[in-house]
Design a binder for this molecule. Sequence first.
Ligand SMILES: Nc1nc(=O)c2c([nH]1)NC[C@@H]1CN(c3ccc(C(=O)N[C@@H](CCC(=O)O)C(=O)O)cc3)C=[N+]21
Length: 289
Amino acid sequence: MKTLAATEMNGKELSQTIREELKSEVLQLKENGIIPHLTVIIVGDDPASRSYVRGKEKASKETGISSDIIELPSSTTEKNLLEKIEELNNDETVHGILVQLPLPDHINEQEVIESISPTKDVDGFHPINVGKMMTGNSTFLPCTPYGILTMLKAYDVSIEGKHAVIVGRSNIVGKPVGQLLLNENATVTYCHSRTKNLTDFTKEADILILAMGRPNSIHGEHVKDGAVIVDVGINRMADGSLTGDADFPSVAEKASHITPVPRGVGPMTITMLLKNTIMATKGMPAVGK
Ligand SMILES: Nc1nc(=O)c2c([nH]1)NC[C@@H]1CN(c3ccc(C(=O)N[C@@H](CCC(=O)O)C(=O)O)cc3)C=[N+]21
Protein backbone atom coordinates (compact mmCIF):
# COMPACT_ATOMS: atom_id res chain seq x y z
CA MET A 1 0.00 0.00 0.00
CA LYS A 2 1.25 3.45 -0.86
CA THR A 3 1.56 5.81 2.09
CA LEU A 4 0.22 9.36 1.93
CA ALA A 5 3.10 11.65 1.08
CA ALA A 6 1.33 14.85 1.92
CA THR A 7 0.70 16.58 5.23
CA GLU A 8 -3.01 17.03 5.61
CA MET A 9 -3.81 20.62 6.60
CA ASN A 10 -6.74 20.02 8.90
CA GLY A 11 -8.84 23.16 9.09
CA LYS A 12 -11.19 21.63 11.60
CA GLU A 13 -8.45 20.96 14.14
CA LEU A 14 -6.72 24.28 13.56
CA SER A 15 -10.09 26.00 13.93
CA GLN A 16 -10.61 24.41 17.33
CA THR A 17 -7.27 25.79 18.52
CA ILE A 18 -7.97 29.29 17.20
CA ARG A 19 -11.55 29.29 18.51
CA GLU A 20 -10.22 28.53 22.03
CA GLU A 21 -8.13 31.71 21.80
CA LEU A 22 -11.11 33.66 20.48
CA LYS A 23 -13.21 32.41 23.40
CA SER A 24 -10.88 34.04 25.88
CA GLU A 25 -10.91 37.29 23.90
CA VAL A 26 -14.70 37.22 24.09
CA LEU A 27 -14.55 36.58 27.85
CA GLN A 28 -12.34 39.63 28.27
CA LEU A 29 -14.79 41.76 26.33
CA LYS A 30 -17.65 40.46 28.45
CA GLU A 31 -15.76 41.34 31.64
CA ASN A 32 -15.85 44.88 30.32
CA GLY A 33 -19.57 44.61 29.71
CA ILE A 34 -19.32 44.23 25.93
CA ILE A 35 -21.06 41.33 24.20
CA PRO A 36 -19.89 40.81 20.60
CA HIS A 37 -22.91 40.46 18.35
CA LEU A 38 -23.18 39.20 14.78
CA THR A 39 -26.36 39.56 12.72
CA VAL A 40 -26.74 37.32 9.70
CA ILE A 41 -29.35 38.07 7.05
CA ILE A 42 -30.54 35.31 4.79
CA VAL A 43 -32.95 35.91 1.92
CA GLY A 44 -34.89 32.95 0.53
CA ASP A 45 -34.80 29.31 1.49
CA ASP A 46 -31.90 27.73 -0.38
CA PRO A 47 -31.06 24.62 1.69
CA ALA A 48 -27.27 24.97 1.26
CA SER A 49 -27.37 28.63 2.39
CA ARG A 50 -29.50 27.70 5.37
CA SER A 51 -27.12 25.00 6.41
CA TYR A 52 -24.10 27.36 6.16
CA VAL A 53 -25.92 29.98 8.20
CA ARG A 54 -26.71 27.43 10.90
CA GLY A 55 -23.02 26.52 10.98
CA LYS A 56 -22.12 30.16 11.56
CA GLU A 57 -24.66 30.49 14.35
CA LYS A 58 -23.46 27.34 16.11
CA ALA A 59 -19.81 28.45 15.91
CA SER A 60 -20.70 31.90 17.26
CA LYS A 61 -22.50 30.40 20.23
CA GLU A 62 -19.61 28.07 21.02
CA THR A 63 -17.24 31.04 21.04
CA GLY A 64 -19.52 33.11 23.26
CA ILE A 65 -20.47 35.51 20.46
CA SER A 66 -24.13 36.44 20.46
CA SER A 67 -25.81 36.15 17.08
CA ASP A 68 -29.17 36.35 15.43
CA ILE A 69 -30.44 35.37 12.02
CA ILE A 70 -32.87 37.55 10.12
CA GLU A 71 -34.76 35.38 7.65
CA LEU A 72 -36.43 37.22 4.81
CA PRO A 73 -38.61 35.63 2.12
CA SER A 74 -37.21 35.38 -1.42
CA SER A 75 -39.87 37.93 -2.47
CA THR A 76 -38.21 40.61 -0.29
CA THR A 77 -37.56 43.79 -2.24
CA GLU A 78 -34.12 45.35 -2.44
CA LYS A 79 -35.49 48.46 -0.73
CA ASN A 80 -36.71 46.36 2.15
CA LEU A 81 -33.35 44.69 2.56
CA LEU A 82 -31.48 48.00 2.36
CA GLU A 83 -33.74 49.45 5.08
CA LYS A 84 -33.04 46.49 7.32
CA ILE A 85 -29.29 46.93 6.82
CA GLU A 86 -29.56 50.64 7.59
CA GLU A 87 -31.27 49.77 10.87
CA LEU A 88 -28.44 47.40 11.77
CA ASN A 89 -25.80 49.96 10.75
CA ASN A 90 -27.34 52.31 13.32
CA ASP A 91 -27.77 49.70 16.04
CA GLU A 92 -24.87 50.02 18.49
CA THR A 93 -25.46 46.55 19.89
CA VAL A 94 -24.73 44.99 16.48
CA HIS A 95 -21.01 44.75 15.72
CA GLY A 96 -20.96 42.56 12.63
CA ILE A 97 -23.39 42.26 9.70
CA LEU A 98 -23.27 39.41 7.19
CA VAL A 99 -25.67 39.12 4.27
CA GLN A 100 -25.55 35.55 3.05
CA LEU A 101 -24.79 35.28 -0.68
CA PRO A 102 -26.03 34.58 -3.27
CA LEU A 103 -29.09 36.84 -3.19
CA PRO A 104 -32.17 36.35 -5.40
CA ASP A 105 -31.77 37.68 -8.96
CA HIS A 106 -34.02 40.73 -8.46
CA ILE A 107 -31.67 42.12 -5.78
CA ASN A 108 -28.48 43.92 -6.80
CA GLU A 109 -25.79 42.24 -4.74
CA GLN A 110 -23.26 45.03 -5.12
CA GLU A 111 -25.74 47.67 -3.90
CA VAL A 112 -26.39 45.56 -0.84
CA ILE A 113 -22.71 45.00 -0.08
CA GLU A 114 -22.04 48.74 -0.42
CA SER A 115 -24.87 49.57 1.99
CA ILE A 116 -23.23 47.71 4.89
CA SER A 117 -21.18 49.98 7.11
CA PRO A 118 -17.50 49.23 6.35
CA THR A 119 -16.89 49.10 10.12
CA LYS A 120 -19.38 46.21 10.45
CA ASP A 121 -18.45 44.44 7.21
CA VAL A 122 -17.14 41.19 8.75
CA ASP A 123 -17.15 39.51 5.30
CA GLY A 124 -14.65 42.10 4.03
CA PHE A 125 -16.67 42.56 0.83
CA HIS A 126 -17.25 46.35 0.98
CA PRO A 127 -15.22 48.20 -1.70
CA ILE A 128 -13.52 50.31 1.00
CA ASN A 129 -12.28 47.16 2.69
CA VAL A 130 -11.40 45.51 -0.62
CA GLY A 131 -9.36 48.62 -1.46
CA LYS A 132 -7.57 48.53 1.87
CA MET A 133 -6.75 44.88 1.34
CA MET A 134 -5.34 45.68 -2.12
CA THR A 135 -3.09 48.38 -0.74
CA GLY A 136 -1.97 46.10 2.09
CA ASN A 137 -3.62 48.13 4.84
CA SER A 138 -5.24 46.61 7.88
CA THR A 139 -8.91 45.85 7.44
CA PHE A 140 -11.43 43.02 7.58
CA LEU A 141 -10.01 40.37 5.30
CA PRO A 142 -12.53 38.20 3.42
CA CYS A 143 -13.04 35.07 5.51
CA THR A 144 -12.09 32.30 3.06
CA PRO A 145 -8.85 33.91 1.80
CA TYR A 146 -7.96 34.91 5.37
CA GLY A 147 -8.59 31.34 6.50
CA ILE A 148 -6.35 29.99 3.74
CA LEU A 149 -3.52 32.36 4.67
CA THR A 150 -3.88 31.48 8.36
CA MET A 151 -3.75 27.80 7.54
CA LEU A 152 -0.64 28.13 5.34
CA LYS A 153 1.13 30.05 8.09
CA ALA A 154 0.09 27.59 10.81
CA TYR A 155 1.56 24.74 8.76
CA ASP A 156 4.78 26.72 8.12
CA VAL A 157 4.29 26.86 4.36
CA SER A 158 6.63 29.52 3.01
CA ILE A 159 4.94 31.90 0.59
CA GLU A 160 7.59 34.45 -0.33
CA GLY A 161 8.94 33.95 -3.83
CA LYS A 162 6.69 30.97 -4.45
CA HIS A 163 4.57 30.63 -7.56
CA ALA A 164 0.95 30.65 -6.44
CA VAL A 165 -1.56 29.60 -9.08
CA ILE A 166 -5.18 30.46 -8.40
CA VAL A 167 -7.87 28.64 -10.35
CA GLY A 168 -11.12 30.62 -10.11
CA ARG A 169 -11.59 34.40 -10.02
CA SER A 170 -14.64 35.06 -7.90
CA ASN A 171 -14.78 38.24 -5.83
CA ILE A 172 -15.12 36.23 -2.64
CA VAL A 173 -12.35 33.67 -3.10
CA GLY A 174 -10.13 33.67 -6.20
CA LYS A 175 -9.37 37.37 -6.59
CA PRO A 176 -8.78 38.17 -2.91
CA VAL A 177 -6.74 35.05 -2.14
CA GLY A 178 -4.39 35.98 -4.99
CA GLN A 179 -4.09 39.47 -3.56
CA LEU A 180 -3.30 38.22 -0.05
CA LEU A 181 -0.63 35.87 -1.42
CA LEU A 182 0.80 38.75 -3.46
CA ASN A 183 0.91 40.83 -0.27
CA GLU A 184 3.01 37.96 1.18
CA ASN A 185 5.41 38.26 -1.77
CA ALA A 186 4.26 35.26 -3.81
CA THR A 187 4.32 35.40 -7.61
CA VAL A 188 0.67 35.03 -8.54
CA THR A 189 -1.01 33.62 -11.65
CA TYR A 190 -4.80 33.74 -12.03
CA CYS A 191 -6.51 31.05 -14.11
CA HIS A 192 -10.21 30.84 -14.93
CA SER A 193 -12.76 29.28 -17.23
CA ARG A 194 -11.27 30.96 -20.34
CA THR A 195 -7.69 30.00 -19.54
CA LYS A 196 -6.16 27.94 -22.34
CA ASN A 197 -4.24 24.81 -21.38
CA LEU A 198 -5.06 25.11 -17.68
CA THR A 199 -2.90 22.18 -16.65
CA ASP A 200 0.22 23.87 -18.10
CA PHE A 201 -0.29 26.35 -15.25
CA THR A 202 -1.36 24.00 -12.48
CA LYS A 203 1.78 21.91 -13.11
CA GLU A 204 3.92 24.98 -12.46
CA ALA A 205 2.35 25.87 -9.11
CA ASP A 206 4.27 25.73 -5.84
CA ILE A 207 1.01 26.71 -4.17
CA LEU A 208 -2.17 25.73 -5.99
CA ILE A 209 -5.49 27.22 -4.90
CA LEU A 210 -8.47 25.40 -6.38
CA ALA A 211 -11.64 27.47 -6.34
CA MET A 212 -13.52 26.63 -9.49
CA GLY A 213 -16.23 24.35 -8.10
CA ARG A 214 -15.64 21.41 -10.42
CA PRO A 215 -15.56 18.17 -8.43
CA ASN A 216 -12.43 15.99 -8.59
CA SER A 217 -11.20 17.77 -11.71
CA ILE A 218 -7.50 18.20 -10.82
CA HIS A 219 -5.54 14.97 -10.68
CA GLY A 220 -2.07 13.98 -9.51
CA GLU A 221 -0.68 14.27 -13.04
CA HIS A 222 -1.73 17.95 -13.09
CA VAL A 223 0.35 19.03 -10.10
CA LYS A 224 4.04 19.39 -9.38
CA ASP A 225 5.86 17.10 -6.95
CA GLY A 226 5.89 18.73 -3.52
CA ALA A 227 3.21 21.31 -4.33
CA VAL A 228 0.96 22.77 -1.64
CA ILE A 229 -2.69 22.22 -2.54
CA VAL A 230 -5.53 24.27 -1.07
CA ASP A 231 -8.90 22.93 -2.14
CA VAL A 232 -11.70 25.48 -1.78
CA GLY A 233 -14.20 23.46 -3.79
CA ILE A 234 -17.26 22.39 -1.83
CA ASN A 235 -19.20 20.18 -4.21
CA ARG A 236 -22.28 18.37 -3.00
CA MET A 237 -22.46 15.01 -4.77
CA ALA A 238 -25.60 13.06 -5.70
CA ASP A 239 -25.14 10.76 -2.69
CA GLY A 240 -25.08 13.79 -0.36
CA SER A 241 -21.32 13.66 0.31
CA LEU A 242 -19.02 16.66 -0.11
CA THR A 243 -16.01 16.62 -2.37
CA GLY A 244 -13.37 19.10 -3.41
CA ASP A 245 -12.04 20.24 -6.78
CA ALA A 246 -9.02 17.94 -6.39
CA ASP A 247 -9.03 14.21 -6.87
CA PHE A 248 -7.71 13.79 -3.34
CA PRO A 249 -5.99 10.38 -3.49
CA SER A 250 -3.91 11.03 -6.61
CA VAL A 251 -3.09 14.65 -5.71
CA ALA A 252 -2.12 13.73 -2.13
CA GLU A 253 0.46 11.30 -3.49
CA LYS A 254 2.39 14.15 -5.10
CA ALA A 255 1.69 17.10 -2.82
CA SER A 256 3.70 18.12 0.24
CA HIS A 257 0.56 19.62 1.85
CA ILE A 258 -3.11 19.32 1.01
CA THR A 259 -6.42 20.42 2.54
CA PRO A 260 -9.20 17.82 2.78
CA VAL A 261 -12.85 18.49 1.90
CA PRO A 262 -14.71 18.59 4.22
CA ARG A 263 -12.72 19.68 7.33
CA GLY A 264 -10.29 21.88 5.39
CA VAL A 265 -10.96 25.43 4.24
CA GLY A 266 -14.68 25.45 5.23
CA PRO A 267 -14.23 25.49 9.00
CA MET A 268 -11.43 28.08 8.64
CA THR A 269 -13.85 30.40 6.82
CA ILE A 270 -16.17 30.35 9.81
CA THR A 271 -13.30 30.81 12.26
CA MET A 272 -12.17 33.95 10.45
CA LEU A 273 -15.73 35.27 10.54
CA LEU A 274 -15.65 34.91 14.32
CA LYS A 275 -12.28 36.65 14.42
CA ASN A 276 -13.55 39.52 12.26
CA THR A 277 -16.62 39.87 14.47
CA ILE A 278 -14.41 40.25 17.53
CA MET A 279 -12.31 42.79 15.64
CA ALA A 280 -15.46 44.70 14.71
CA THR A 281 -16.49 44.70 18.37
CA LYS A 282 -13.16 46.13 19.43
CA GLY A 283 -13.71 48.94 16.97
CA MET A 284 -10.93 48.14 14.55
CA PRO A 285 -9.95 49.04 11.99
CA ALA A 286 -10.57 52.77 11.86
CA VAL A 287 -12.06 53.63 8.48
CA GLY A 288 -10.40 56.42 6.59
CA LYS A 289 -7.25 56.18 8.65
N1 LIG B 1 -21.83 36.56 2.74
C1 LIG B 1 -21.34 35.34 2.67
N2 LIG B 1 -20.24 35.01 3.36
C2 LIG B 1 -19.74 33.74 3.31
O1 LIG B 1 -18.70 33.45 3.96
C3 LIG B 1 -20.40 32.76 2.52
C4 LIG B 1 -21.56 33.15 1.83
N3 LIG B 1 -21.99 34.44 1.89
N4 LIG B 1 -22.22 32.28 1.05
C5 LIG B 1 -21.83 30.89 0.97
C6 LIG B 1 -20.35 30.67 1.23
C7 LIG B 1 -19.99 29.26 1.61
N5 LIG B 1 -19.40 29.33 2.94
C8 LIG B 1 -19.02 28.21 3.69
C9 LIG B 1 -18.58 28.31 4.99
C10 LIG B 1 -18.25 27.18 5.73
C11 LIG B 1 -18.35 25.92 5.19
C12 LIG B 1 -18.01 24.72 6.02
O2 LIG B 1 -17.81 24.81 7.22
N6 LIG B 1 -17.99 23.51 5.45
C13 LIG B 1 -17.72 22.27 6.17
C14 LIG B 1 -18.77 21.21 5.82
C15 LIG B 1 -20.17 21.64 6.06
C16 LIG B 1 -21.17 20.59 5.57
O3 LIG B 1 -20.99 19.41 5.89
O4 LIG B 1 -22.11 21.01 4.87
C17 LIG B 1 -16.37 21.71 5.78
O5 LIG B 1 -15.88 22.05 4.69
O6 LIG B 1 -15.82 20.94 6.54
C18 LIG B 1 -18.77 25.80 3.90
C19 LIG B 1 -19.09 26.94 3.17
C20 LIG B 1 -19.46 30.62 3.35
N7 LIG B 1 -19.97 31.45 2.42
